[in-house]
Each structure stands twice: as C-alpha cells, then as structure tokens.
Design a protein around this ligand. Structure first.
Ligand code: GMT
Length: 377
C-alpha cells in the first residue's frame, strides 16, 4: 500500500505514534510518505520505503496567521498525484483531518478518490478540539473521515460525549516495540553517572504542559526522597519547566533533580530508571508510561482518562486520584521499599507492556486500511 502519514513532527506522543507506525509499516513492505512541516523527531533514517515531504508555508506580510492548512492540503494533493498514494492517515484531528478533507475534495474534482483515516490522540478532543472556536470544524472533519480511530476506549467515550459524531470510532491502542536490547554493562555504567548505587532513580518524561501536573511530580519526589535515597530525572521541555526548577529550589532538592530538556535518549534513560511518574490531569493513553513499562519500569500515575487501560493498579504500578500526591508518594515507596518488591513490579510492568506489542497492533491498522480502500472502489 502507498500511504501518506500526516502528523506533528515534535516530541509529543501523537507524532511518536505516527512515526513508529509508519516505520513499522515500511518495514512490512508498505510505501510510506510522511507529510509535515519538519522531519519527525523519531524519523532518523529515510529508506526506499520511507519518504518525507516538507510542507512549506511562504510568509506574506498580509498574513497575521500563516495558512498552514492550505499549504498542507495543497501538498497532499501534489504528493498523492505524484506518488499515486492510495490512503491518507492523519494523526491528531486539528488541523490535519480538516486539511485532509480539503485535499480529498480537490482530488475528487480531478477524478481521484482517496480514503482518509483519522486517528484521535487526546488533546485534539479533550483540551483543544472542544474549544467553541474549533468545535464545528473538528466535528465536521471527524464525521467526514472514512475511518476514525481512537487510542483508547476512554478517548472514544469522550469523543462521543463532547462532539456530535455519527461515525463509528475504532479503538486501536498505542503500541510499543518490545525487542529492547539490554546491554547490562552499558546500563550500569550510564546509571552510575546519574546516581549512587543505593539511590533509586525516579523518572518523568513529557512536554511539560499544565495537563501533566509537573508540580505534583516534584511534590511526590520530595516525599520519596525524605524516606529513601533517590534521584529524579525530568526529561522534556515545555511551559511548566521553569516553575518546576523553581519549586525544586524552594524545597531544597535541586541537587537531587536532573533536568535533561528534550532528549533523543529516552531508551537509555528508561533502561536505568526504577520508577516512572505520570500524575496527569488527563491522559488519553499515556504512551510515555507504556514506554517505561517496556523497559520494565513500574508506573505511578493518576487514574484519569485512558491510564487505567495501560497501567494496571497493583500490578504494573499504582493509580491514584488526580492531585493525591500523598497516595502517589505512599505507593511509590511501597514499590521502591525493597529489591524483591521492585523486581516483582518490574516483571509485571513488562508483562503488561507485552499486550501492546506493535506486532499485535499493526495488523489492526492494516485491516482498517484495506477496508477503507475497498469501500472507495
Ligand atoms: O500529551 C501530550 O500533550 C501530547 C499528546 C500528543 O498529541 O502528542 O499526547 C496525546 O497523544 C498520545 C499518543 O496517542 C497519548 O499517549 C497521550 O496520552 C495524549 N495526551 C493527552 O491526552 C494529554
């Protein structure tokens, strides 16, 4: 199949999912065309099955806002014609589903019928998409998609509750590549740079937006380090980072917290972590938690959105109500209390992650692609 994938190229989960999906599809012989404004961060190497086409938006003094949707839909039209692309898969409804629909209409005018699959990722529905300024356009473009998927049952329910959606929404959970190659010597060497042998390593990875409740992470860690020797790895960048650094200073734990900024070394950092924190206000899925679990790292999270579908309470970690930092810290200490308990949670986390192996999830997308193409014939 020749598939165009439209996504955000940044460190956010939707771009990561889109990129990993495209790479695995290419690995299975499909021809993949990434179409976005910058090369996606996880797209390191192009190969004969992986193409990247950049969307450029020329500046013009009249424009207060650059018309990205216009440039994206024009690029989609050009690439579909040039490479004879058979299907559009757009990740994150805003503005990708809207631009995809416009491209479909332009192509239809030229006698080319192409199906569009839209994958809803979370904030496009729960935070940004349902703002009254966007809502009519988001509803319209979801309803005009040929196939709609969501990354969790919780997000599917939210979509039906918040929008007037007439289409069926297929739940296809996010996935993980499980063939992690552990090089124990390297892991122990990298770990020793970050922490002393007796210290537990607690990690958080995100885009540091308000929805991640970054201050809660610092407060939970503050309570952990009062009881056991520990270090906190804060990976990522975003609007809440400066406040988090300030809070560490105020609490006097700045020497125990390492701020990495955006990193392409997520696997290395997770490989030597003992616990992952994700106390988000809401999370349609929580891909970062799953990435941690794939490295046998148990998760302390909130119980909102799709998190209970990924992190199993008392098994791969623990879930608490949003904002309940006391319970999160208590649960963290339960897991980290001794090596035996930690080891049990580590094994469980990996076993739960195995259910989300890319090998199980990818055929679900392929089936929907085939159905969508057959329905347009
Ligand atoms: O979490 C973010 O702010 C990034 C956002 C994105 O679209 O890149 O993540 C959303 O999509 C991820 C991949 O499907 C999910 O794992 C995240 O849970 C979801 N974020 C939220 O719902 C807040």
């Amino acid at each position: 199949m020749k598939i165009a994938i439209v996504c955000y190229p940044t460190f956010g989960g939707s771009g990561v999912v889109a990129t990993e999906l495209g790479l695995e599809l290419a690995h299975r012989g499909h021809e993949i065309h990434f179409i976005t404004y910058r090369q996606p961060v996880r797209l390191a190497l192009l190969n004969p099955n992986v193409h990247y086409h950049e969307v450029n938006v020329p500046e013009y003094p009249l424009f207060h806002y650059q018309p990205y949707e216009l440039a994206l839909s024009s690029k989609l039209v050009d690439m579909v014609k040039l490479y004879k692309i058979e299907l559009l898969h757009v990740h994150y409804a805003i503005p990708h589903a809207y631009a995809g629909y416009m491209a479909k209409q332009m192509l239809k005018d030229e006698g080319i019928i192409i199906p569009m699959v839209t994958t809803l990722h979370g904030t496009d529905i729960t935070l940004v998409g349902n703002h009254p300024f966007y809502k009519p356009a988001v509803s319209f473009s979801i309803n005009k998609s040929d196939v709609v998927t969501s990354v969790s049952q919780s997000l599917k329910d939210d979509t039906y509750n918040l929008f007037n959606i007439k289409k069926e929404i297929h739940v296809i959970p996010n996935f993980i590549e499980l063939d992690k190659h552990r090089n124990e010597n390297l892991i122990s060497c990298q770990r020793s740079v970050m922490a002393k042998k007796e210290e537990r390593i607690v990690t958080h990875i995100s885009n540091f937006r308000r929805v991640k409740r970054i201050p809660d992470i610092i407060k939970i860690f503050y309570k952990i380090q009062q009881k056991i020797p520990a270090k906190l790895m804060m990976v990522g960048d975003g609007p809440e980072k400066a406040r988090a650094e300030q809070l560490c200073d105020e609490l006097g734990i700045q020497d125990k917290v390492i701020f990495f900024g955006n990193s392409n070394e997520i696997d290395q950092i997770l490989s030597y972590s003992d616990l992952f924190l994700l106390p988000s206000e809401t999370e349609s899925f929580g891909l970062a938690a799953l990435e941690a679990m794939a490295w046998s790292v148990p998760v302390i999270s909130s119980n909102s959105g799709g998190l209970p579908e990924v992190n199993f309470d008392g098994i791969s970690g623990y879930l608490s109500d949003v904002g309940d930092v006391d319970s999160m810290a208590e649960n963290a200490l339960k897991i980290l209390a001794n090596d035996e308990t930690l080891q049990k949670f580590r094994e469980n986390a990996l076993n739960v992650a195995k259910q989300f192996d890319i090998k199980n999830i990818l055929p679900l997308y392929e089936n929907l692609y085939n159905q969508a193409i057959n329905n347009t014939k």
